[in-house]
Design a binder for this molecule. Structure first.
Ligand code: NAD
Length: 323
């Protein structure tokens, strides 16, 4: 499969490494509006550089493309690809504003092409184990989902991540979009949300957020995301009437800890740890292109995440400029 990557910044490398893992695949072409970035990346990965997605498509038609540009460009870049008939894996979030996410979900529906959002935490084997256990009824009735993606990353409070015109918000859009998708992946659609967003700069997006979500099945989600927490924490857990399951990115490795009344905590073995999530996501993308069923997030699911974040932002008094 001939693959193109659009946007040659930080996360593009993780995707290029995945393409390299498959002998039949080749990184054919890359595009970045920063010509030097495109040239450097292309030289490193043996691809042809282009300054824009339009230039790339005028010269070559890849079998698939991975979009790694900032969120405010996703609509334009993904639309160009889908309109040219190229299936897409688009980095999260689907777009910086709901209107763009809606347009992309509509376009994906109209073209019928494979189009997915790269919510990579779905491909942490721990998330899939939890989803399976819930589906099989092994956890009993699930009451609570808890997730923290918090840490100390003050440089992001002045980067594009917290420039609403580019990112669509701040830490909630960046980290919290993963959290919301993860809850929905494991426990089904969220019906309601109440959020508290925390700001530390005029005109800038949130640097931290706490959410109380309620899923359609009645599960409460407690989600914290932060760029300014002195205490790092990356974990998620579900609490059911018969079993609680916990995964911690720093300590769990290839296990999930299971708690059951009357038993000592048990370490359930996973096939691999959380570090396989990008390669498993790419494998799923390849399989989806071959018509196989997929756990990848559809654009409709990406839109659902965008709408939930929009609701949180409106509660914080941010309207208009964001959507
Ligand atoms: N899944 C994850 O864990 C994860 C981690 C980091 C970033 N991301 C997502 O990946 C995307 C990119 O993030 P990043 O950290 O790599 O950003 P980055 O700023 O490091 O890189 C973005 C690149 O896109 C280029 N670019 C901007 N507009 C463009 C356009 N219209 N056409 C072509 N190139 C363009 C920039 O010049 C830059 O080189 C974002 O959507 C972000 O949310 C996901």
């Amino acid at each position: 499969m001939n693959v193109a990557i659009i946007g040659c910044g930080g996360i593009a490398r993780a995707h290029a490494e995945c393409v390299r893992e498959f002998e039949e695949d080749r990184l054919l072409a890359v595009a970045d509006i920063d010509r030097k970035a495109a040239e450097r990346f292309a030289a490193q990965w043996g691809a042809k550089p282009f300054p824009t997605v339009e230039n790339l498509l005028a010269e070559t038609l890849p079998d698939a493309a991975i979009v790694c540009t900032p969120p405010n460009t996703h609509r334009e870049v993904v639309s160009a690809l889908l309109s040219a008939g190229v299936p897409v894996l688009c980095e999260k979030p689907l777009a910086h504003i709901v209107r763009d996410a809606e347009a992309l979900a509509d376009l994906a529906g109209e073209t019928g092409l494979p189009a997915y959002v790269a919510y990579c935490h779905r491909f942490n084997p721990a998330a899939r184990l939890m989803r399976d256990y819930v589906g099989q009824g092994r956890t009993g009735r699930v009451h609570t989902f808890r997730n923290a993606f918090i840490g100390f990353a003050p440089h992001l409070t002045t980067a594009w991540r917290t420039e609403p015109d580019i990112s669509g918000g701040g830490c909630l859009m960046d980290n919290g979009s993963h959290s919301i998708d993860l809850q929905q992946f494991i426990l089904g659609p969220i019906a309601d949300v109440y959020a508290s967003l925390h700001f530390d700069g005029q005109g800038r997006g949130d640097v931290a957020a706490d959410l109380l979500t309620v899923s359609e099945s009645g599960v409460a989600g407690l989600i914290s995301v932060s760029y300014v927490s002195p205490k790092p924490e990356a974990r998620f857990e579900i609490i059911g009437s018969e079993m609680a399951l916990e995964y911690d990115y720093a300590t769990s490795g290839a296990t999930v800890t299971a708690y059951r009344p009357g038993h000592d905590p048990e370490r359930l073995q996973l096939p691999a740890g959380c570090d396989v999530r990008f390669i498993e996501q790419y494998r799923a993308f390849r399989e989806a292109l071959q018509g196989r069923p997929t756990d990848l997030a559809t654009f409709e699911e990406g839109l659902r995440v965008s709408r939930i974040i929009d609701r949180c932002q409106r509660q914080a008094g941010i309207t208009g400029g964001i959507s």
